[in-house]
Design a binder for this molecule. Structure first.
Ligand SMILES: [Zn+2]
Length: 58
């Protein structure tokens, strides 16, 4: 198993997933500390996790 590597969308730091990472898991960027949601494992891809609570109702 290889580590999966991508970059932080905010600060471009290298983000390395363990091979037991799962889609939907929230990880923290080691550089800037923002929360990142794993959206894909192959290819490795993350997006900024929404900081706000779910607030869809008007
Ligand atoms: Zn970052």
């Amino acid at each position: 198993m290889e580590d999966m590597i991508t970059n932080c969308p905010s600060c471009d730091a290298e983000i390395v997933f363990d091979d037991d990472a799962e889609e939907g898991e929230i990880i923290e960027c080691p550089e800037c500390g923002i929360e990142l949601e794993i959206v894909s494992l192959d290819p490795a891809e993350v997006q900024e996790a929404a900081e706000e609570e779910e607030d869809w109702s008007e």
